[in-house]
Design a protein around this ligand. Structure first.
Ligand SMILES: [Zn+2]
Length: 134
């Protein structure tokens, strides 16, 4: 067995067990491409379905995080600037961590309640509540 194979073996051994009681929520893979000086998120609508959030909240988040105007066109998010998919994926991951996945049970069965300008993430699975800072 050569070193490369040994390395692969170690990598396999380090993978988490697949027999956990439930699968940790997987952040959807974002697909984007450049069009002139703009970046389009091709599967914005699919992402929204998976994370169960209205388009405005995620569009606003990207706009604020990237400091560019955004629009939604035909299920796609249009960012007024050039961005790498990796960069956008990192932002999406941060959004999911902050505003989708429950801090206590790690499930995505949550909703955001807004009262007096304060957003709270409420878990429908375990009942946990946490302030949302996005
Ligand atoms: Zn929970």
């Amino acid at each position: 067995m050569d070193d490369y194979e040994k390395m692969l073996d170690r990598a396999r051994a380090a993978l988490p067990e697949k027999t956990l009681a439930f699968e940790r929520f997987e952040t959807p893979q974002l697909e984007s491409f450049l069009q002139g000086s703009k970046t389009l998120v091709r599967n914005f609508d699919v992402i929204l379905q998976k994370i169960r959030r209205p388009p405005e909240i995620l569009a606003k988040y990207f706009s604020r995080e990237l400091a560019v105007p955004v629009t939604i066109q035909g299920g796609k998010l249009v960012l007024n600037g050039k961005f790498y998919t990796k960069n956008l994926q990192d932002k999406l991951q941060a959004f999911v961590d902050a505003a989708v996945v429950c801090k206590e049970c790690k499930r995505p069965d949550t909703k955001i309640i807004e009262k007096d300008g304060v957003k709270t993430l409420v878990c429908e699975a375990c009942g946990a509540r946490a302030p949302v800072r996005i």
